[in-house]
Design a binder for this molecule. Structure first.
Ligand SMILES: Cc1ncc(C[n+]2csc(CCOP(=O)(O)OP(=O)(O)O)c2C)c(N)n1
Ligand SMILES: [Mg+2]
Length: 545
């Protein structure tokens, strides 16, 4: 059996249903022989983003896999792997390498050396019969502990070698570890005694599929819940105890409740300092519950720590809190809910003129508001792109169901959203999968809309085209005035049609909903759709700093 065939067989045993890739890598052909659907993109980065979404929307229960060629393919993949590393996404990346006699000779790109800092595990397999062992280690790493990319580089001459049969490979196990029971008890007491606790949920809740446990604990404590951008949709945002999510922009309630909290309980989060997340207030008691002790006390000094799977942690806390409360609700919930409702109402009222604006060029907020009221939110998976679309969408999009929003931003590569929507659609063909992006983002990965058309991945792409990098206007005044450095241009609906998709350009407020409905119908018929809205250069966001 050839090495490439053995790798494909291992992928099959690990339950991999799609191999996303770009030639030349013999694993692609070997996978097709085993009926693993191969999906060929237009550039490596988008393929990695698709693999990334496959893992994200399945809580890592399915692992996205990407394969590419040595040299240019591997070099061009760097951004996609770095983005997955930044956002802690478990993917398996299988680059072919230069033949062994050239591997370590400059200027040949060596994946093993160059991907050290954007993977949690990387091996270069130089002996054919070591490949199954290397694959076992990679899948064990990717399925356990902190989710992050793993990489197995297989030199192209090794790919063509034989390994003995029968292939001995069993799927890697998954293990969960729980928090120290004594620490659980201390935290339960702290949370019960807290006057104004706030629960801050990160994406660890998604990976642990601990949505019910989070809700149960919140309801038991009668405590408000917010999430990071990555954790968005871990708690129903229509719930009376939901504050909404926090990124760079956020609902007012997120800011105010955190500012007035006495105890902040972070669950399944890293508390990383980032421009695209909440800046935690100082002077609070912090509880940090995370899978990865490497994050403890990193950016936020913490008072209590719990290390373990978010689900086991929440379940243990729920039991400990329930014991302390003796089954008697304290009747706090209605007061908390009223305070949240009042804050939300006031905040939304302030934004309503933009959300319902009849202006031309269109307000991006109006587009988002109309989109929110046109789709079946519970059965939609939506993601934003970097920059304004993220900051305009995330505060106002109220998630109802887990993993219905792909939030990101520990690093924010323009153009990420398209691949995410495509990967989500591969994993969930029954859902409407949407990416909302700006005209800067489409410049990076727009060509892969052709992949969506060719590979029959019918996503809905919502483009906010303001012929500008509007968010940069305030910091590029001179370059803009002298050289038009923030201008960009394009007719992207035409592009979508040229690629075989549905494309429509919308300039009238009254046409937003009808155009969205037409586009959604096209996606239901198997065609990806791009609706291009001609929008204003809006740079007001719901930020509180
Ligand atoms: C790869 C990459 N380069 C640079 C940036 C910095 N950046 C963030 S948003 C942005 C411009 C966004 O413009 P657009 O998407 O058109 O949104 P607008 O502000 O015009 O609404 C830039 C340059 C980035 N996020 N990613
Ligand atoms: Mg723009």
């Amino acid at each position: 059996m050839k090495v490439a065939a053995a790798v494909a067989e291992i992928l099959k045993r690990e339950g991999v249903a799609f191999l996303i890739g770009y030639p030349v890598n013999p694993v692609i052909e070997a996978a097709a022989e085993l009926d693993i659907r191969t999906i060929i993109v237009r550039q490596e980065r988008t393929g990695l983003h698709m693999a990334d979404a496959v893992s994200r929307v399945s809580s890592g229960q399915r692992i996205g896999v990407f394969a590419m060629q040595h040299g240019p393919g591997t070099e061009n993949a760097f951004g996609g792997v770095a983005q997955a590393y930044g956002d802690s996404v478990p993917i398996v990346v299988i680059p072919a390498g230069y033949p062994r006699r050239l591997t370590n000779i400059p200027p040949n790109f060596n994946a093993f050396l160059n991907f050290q800092h954007v993977t949690k595990w990387v091996e270069q397999v130089v002996v054919a019969d070591a490949v199954p062992d290397a694959m076992r280690r990679a899948f064990t790493q990717v399925k356990n502990g902190r989710p992050r990319p793993v990489m197995i580089e297989i030199p192209s001459d090794v790919m063509r070698e034989d390994i003995p049969e029968p292939l001995s490979y069993r799927p890697a196990p998954r293990a969960r570890s729980g928090p120290d029971p004594r620490a659980v008890d201390d935290v339960a007491r702290l949370l019960v005694e807290a006057k104004r606790p706030v629960i801050y949920a990160g994406q660890g809740v998604h990976y642990a599929q601990a949505w019910d446990a989070l809700r149960a604990l919140a309801e038991l404590l009668e405590a408000p819940v917010t999430t990071s951008l990555e954790g968005k949709s871990a708690f129903p945002e229509t719930h009376a105890l939901s504050l909404g999510s926090g990124g760079r922009s956020m609902p007012r309630a997120v800011h105010d409740f955190l500012a007035n909290a006495d105890v902040i309980f972070g669950i399944g989060c890293s508390f990383s300092t980032t421009n695209y997340g909440i800046t935690m207030p100082t002077g609070k008691v912090f509880v940090h519950a995370t899978l990865d002790a490497a994050d403890l006390n990193k950016d936020v000094p913490v008072d209590h720590v719990l290390v373990g799977d978010a689900g086991l942690t929440l379940e243990a806390l729920r039991e400990a809190v329930r014991d302390r409360l003796g089954g008697k609700p304290r009747g706090l919930a209605s007061g908390v809910a009223q305070e949240i409702k009042a804050s939300k109402t006031g905040w939304l009222e302030q934004w309503m003129p933009k959300l319902t604006s009849d202006a031309r060029p269109l307000s991006p907020y109006r587009v988002i508001w109309d989109l929110l009221h046109t789709v079946d939110v519970a059965n939609t998976i939506i993601t934003h792109d970097a920059g304004s679309p993220r900051d305009q969408l995330s505060p106002f999009w109220e998630c109802q169901t887990p993993l219905s929003y792909i939030g990101w931003g520990k690093t924010t590569q323009l153009g990420y959203g398209l691949g995410l929507a495509m990967g989500a659609k591969l994993a969930h063909p029954e859902k409407l999968c949407i990416n909302v992006w700006g005209d800067a983002a489409i410049g990076f990965t727009g060509m892969d809309f052709e992949t969506a058309a060719r590979e029959r991945i019918p996503i809905l792409s919502v483009l906010l085209n303001n012929s500008s990098m509007a968010i940069e206007l305030p910091i590029m005044k001179v370059a803009t005035a002298k050289y038009r450095s923030t201008d960009i241009s394009g007719h992207y609906a035409d592009m979508a049609r040229a690629f075989g998709g549905h494309g429509e350009r919308v300039t009238e407020p009254g046409e937003i909903i009808p155009a969205l409905k037409r586009a959604i119908r096209q996606t239901q018929e198997g065609k990806p759709a791009l609706v291009e809205f001609i929008t204003a250069q809006e740079i007001e966001f719901s930020v509180f700093r």
